[in-house]
Ligand binder design. Structure first.
Ligand code: AMP
Length: 220
């Protein structure tokens, strides 16, 4: 099954996707992660995406659609796919439908994670990542024992540039303006079923619902 994880930045859909992918072997496709990798590797895409990402704006649809189309061809056809952070605009959703249609696939589920803005801001602005091992902390909800130091490996904890307060505000505006219209798009979609999950709870409780909604997965 192809499932789309929809929800504002900071709602926790990435964390949930990683966990479900670990448990079920589903492919987790995060356009944010793919773009960050492209930036680290200094590819042309990475260079083009950089200024948009740092400003909290969306990377242009054409670049994202090329990236996703290319990435989808690398996945085994039988794997379940969790699309995280994509699509983010109506044009991307239409592009995805067309691309899947060409290969005889379709979107099965859209999982909408919902939480109040207040929670989203704390989750994003409080997020710190270890530069050495990649462990993620939150200064509000799961702080490290020593400020700025990773409990696991002693590495330095840093904030993603786009998690700084001003950029966080812009990312939330962009979500409302450009991504929220996808809720109506998928409510009226031919194949996708939209399911809402209350995400302002402990990750464990959210995961129970998420697992049920997407399930162990039937092959696409
Ligand atoms: P994320 O990690 O999903 O919050 O994405 C980080 C940033 O990458 C976003 O703020 C955008 O600048 C860019 N990005 C990720 N996915 C998309 C997408 N589907 N469309 C446009 N820009 C994206």
């Amino acid at each position: 099954m192809i499932a789309i994880l929809l929800g504002a930045p900071g709602v926790g859909k990435g964390t949930q996707a990683v966990r479900l992918a670990d448990e079920t072997g589903a492919a987790h496709v995060s356009t944010g992660d793919l773009l960050r990798t492209a930036r680290r590797q200094g590819t042309e895409l990475g260079r083009k995406a950089q200024s948009y990402m740092d400003a909290g704006e969306l990377v242009p649809d054409g670049l994202i659609l090329d990236l996703v189309r290319e990435h989808l061809t690398t996945l085994p056809r039988t794997s379940d796919v969790l699309l995280d952070g994509f699509p983010r605009t109506i044009a991307q959703a239409e592009g995805l439908d067309d691309a899947l249609d060409e290969v005889g696939l379709e979107v099965g589920r859209v999982v909408l994670f919902e939480a109040p803005d207040e929670t989203l801001v704390k989750r994003l602005a409080g997020r710190r990542t270890c530069t050495k091992c990649g462990a993620v902390y939150n200064t509000y909800f799961g702080p490290p024992e020593r400020d700025g130091v990773c409990d696991r490996c002693g590495g330095e904890l840093v904030q993603r540039p786009d998690d700084e307060p001003q950029t966080v505000r812009r990312r939330l505006e962009v979500y409302t303006e450009q991504t929220e219209p996808l809720i109506a798009y998928y409510e009226n979609h031919d194949t996708a079923e939209l399911v809402r999950i209350e995400a302002d709870r402990l990750p464990e409780a959210v995961f129970e619902d998420f697992r049920q909604v997407v399930g162990g997965g039937t092959p696409a």
